[in-house]
Design a protein around this ligand. Structure first.
Ligand code: MLT
Length: 406
């Protein structure tokens, strides 16, 4: 054998590719249908004017020898690392140094790549349902045992549903790596400060490392919900945090992210910050200069205001989706500190059955919950990233269809 046999074990297609394929087939068979997409979390608002201006300026710099940029620093330009330290961390009273921040080209990549820092034998826990990248990337690395059609034999699943109020229990068996995401993809629920304190003390006691995904933190409103794991004392010795400009500032196409790997995070006498720097400088030549300048502009006074207006726009869509479901008698979570709304499929349908009904009878696309893990079975996710007009139309179609299904 010369190929990685672990690929043979994973489901043949990535969740969002499977959804896109089914929608393509439907649209080809129904060319007149106006399909509305509330599936993948891809933004529809254009980039903020402050970001566009920064991009133009940076492009012009590339035309002049004195300001032209070739290879950049592998961990990111100091101007952006400092802007993130100030804008994401100092702004909420959290001390993260610029050299603990690594600029990347997307949280999908960062969350898939970070497992390379850990042993093949490291045991992994994920909340269930979960963003599939955490699971598939560990499966490709051969860490998860075999897939029995529903579960990986060596993966610890921490179920989250309405039975436990979407609060994952601590792992029942020892693990070395724990993936947490708040606001959560796919459920849209958030970790409270006391829950997060529980996770940090668990990791401090056991030596486990938490990989904390805050890609959706810009959707948090108010001061009660933690925006960073480093708000919890001692978290800098146990956690890596992954942030993104994709959903915050519409960078799904532009691509920019950051990872915080604190200096205080050491295992086996080794600094994980030094390991990540070594990994990135070997396998990554940095996010493009023009993109890093665009990301920096998110923290200008104009950039902040413009980006916040887009977040508010999507949050209004999310509220409408959740209220529409609830008015039809479908209990839902998320949509408050999150662009995602999560619910049990009406009428006890399974996830793909409801996907087909929504597509065929209302020409709406959502994401089947079972694609996010076994506890997602019978659940469904709708996203608030379409335009306000499309979301209003989708809400009307849902309001017409749901009473026939519940
Ligand atoms: C999602 O819909 O869950 C996300 O857009 C996927 C991603 O960010 O890769």
């Amino acid at each position: 054998m010369i190929t990685n046999q672990h690929f043979g074990e994973i489901p043949p297609s990535y969740l969002f590719s499977e959804v896109a394929e089914r929608v393509r087939t439907f649209s080809a068979a129904n060319p007149g249908a106006e399909v509305l997409r509330l599936g993948i979390g891809d933004v529809t608002r254009p980039l903020a004017p402050a970001v566009i201006e920064a991009l133009h300026r940076a492009v012009d710099e590339q035309a002049v020898a004195s300001s032209f940029q070739g290879y950049g620093p592998e961990a990111g330009y100091a101007f952006l690392r400092e802007a993130i330290a100030a804008g994401e961390y100092a702004a909420i009273g959290v001390d993260v140094a610029a050299d603990e921040i690594f600029v990347g080209d997307g949280s999908k990549q960062d969350s898939a790549n970070v497992q390379e820092l850990f042993a093949d034998t490291a045991r992994v826990a994920v909340t269930d349902p979960v963003y599939p990248v955490y699971v598939d990337s560990n499966a490709m690395a051969g860490r998860l045992g075999t897939f029995d059609g529903e579960r990986w034999t060596k993966l610890s699943y921490l179920p989250c549903d309405d039975m436990n109020g979407y609060r994952p229990a601590l792992p029942a068996t020892p693990v070395e790596l724990i993936y947490l995401c708040s606001p959560n993809n796919p459920t849209g629920t958030v970790m409270s400060r006391s829950d997060l304190e529980g996770w940090v003390s668990y990791a401090r006691e056991t030596g486990a490392v938490i990989l904390y995904d805050v890609a959706y933190r810009a959707f948090i409103t108010g001061d009660d919900v933690p925006r960073s794991i480093y708000e919890i004392p001692g978290a800098n010795e146990v956690a890596i945090e992954l942030g993104s400009f994709s959903k915050t500032a519409g960078f799904t196409g532009l691509r920019c992210s950051w990872a915080v790997v604190p200096h205080a995070l050491q295992r086996d006498g080794v600094s994980l910050n030094a390991m990540w720097l070594r990994r990135q400088s070997t396998k990554f030549n940095g996010t493009p200069y023009i993109v890093q300048r665009a990301a920096e502009a998110v923290y200008s006074p104009e950039g902040r205001a413009q980006v916040q207006a887009d977040i508010d726009y999507y949050l209004a869509n999310a509220r409408l989706i959740r209220e529409t479901l609830e008015r039809a008698g479908v209990a839902a979570v998320g949509g408050e500190h999150s662009p995602y709304v999560w619910f049990r499929c009406p009428g006890g349908m399974d996830s793909w059955e409801f996907f087909d009904v929504l597509l065929e009878r209302a020409q709406l696309v959502g994401t089947p919950g079972v694609g996010f893990g076994p506890t997602g079975a019978g659940h469904f996710r709708l996203s608030a990233f379409n335009t306000a007009e499309a979301t209003h139309e989708a809400a009307q179609r849902l309001a017409r269809l749901l009473p026939e299904l519940v």
